[in-house]
Design a protein around this ligand. Sequence first.
Ligand code: HEM
Ligand code: HEM
Length: 346
Amino acid sequence: MTRLLVSLLLTAGLGTAAYAADDQKLIEDANGFFDPIPTMVQAPENNAITREKVELGKMLYFDPRLSSSHLLSCNTCHNLGLAGTDLQPTSVGHGWQRGPRNAPTVLNSVFNIAQFWDGRAADLKAQAVGPMQAAVEMNSTPDEVVAVLNSMPEYKERFDVVFSGDEDPVTLDNVAKAIEAFEVTLVTPASRFDQFLDGNANALNDKEKHGLSLFMEKGCVSCHSGVNVGGQDYFPFGVVEKPGADILPPDDKGRFAVTHTATDEYVFRAGTLRNIALTAPYFHSGQVWSLRQAVQVMATAQLGTELTEDEVDSMVAFLHTLTGEQPQVDYPILPASTDETPRPVL
Ligand code: HEM
Ligand code: HEM
């Protein structure tokens, strides 16, 4: 009995030692592919970040008067209470029109190689001027946006302070700069996965660790790596096997519309998997509601492999550990409209 007890204790002891060594190896391997989300705000090129600029950007982000109907703000489709998404298959914008693509989260978007599913905007500033003018989104014009802002003294004062060196501070370009400054603060550090990368082996349980190993061994990392576990490069959707037309609609050729190169047909930016458990439905078409199914689609379409149920479970468990601390954003009180403020047009 005593001998059995001693042997059990020894085995358990050995098991722990071997396991700890495995953990270290897994942490090292993972650090070869991924980086934790930095806690410091990363300043974009040519757009110094100041507290006043971030505050102004936040107001603009939440102000529906940047849309012609005065009903739609950036936050309508990138709701910061919902991990920066609208939870729609594809977004609904001006006049209840449904756009062609799913709205990606704005959280951590500063770490993506470029913006949009096809990377057509180089950075957040270039991106921000798009939705205000898009007919299916906010349906406004640069002149209207400037007229709306100039009609409210508080906005004028804030632009004067933030862009004090400019002759004409209230411009669409400065609106975009302020929104960009706010957006770079929208990062989600300290997920359990980040803690694991930082060396805390207990931050993930066994199943999640198994999922992480599978994610690396099966080859998901060849497209989903770096800080954002994706968002770094473009790949054909359906490298091995094209998904059905519901998931990959034939009329959206992705990056081909940007580069006009035949090899870019149906090429899309690999999505970031940060906070992926919160941002269903999935893919640019937004037709897949379950993360399990999204993982299975990726395995067959991108890797030409069938995962077992157990493997899918573990990978999904791992993907849940990518949920980080959500930014705490106080809802801004916006300046009151005046007699000069253009009226809403539905
Ligand atoms: C894409 C920000 C308004 C729907 C994006 C992206 C950002 C962003 C940063 C790229 C994210 C990425 O590629 O990972 C903003 C800002 C807005 C705004 C700052 C306000 C000025 C809206 C509105 C809607 C919307 C009102 C819905 C009506 C979408 C969609 C995409 C997108 C569908 C993906 C489009 C594509 O890839 O072709 N937005 N957004 N956005 N946003 Fe917005
Ligand atoms: C999108 C997971 C392998 C390229 C996605 C999404 C998930 C995912 C959950 C949806 C993101 C979203 O909707 O926001 C995985 C897993 C993989 C894997 C678990 C391994 C089993 C790969 C590989 C590649 C790749 C190997 C490149 C060859 C892409 C692309 C998208 C994407 C291009 C965007 C597709 C679109 O909607 O147009 N991945 N992925 N993935 N992934 Fe993967």
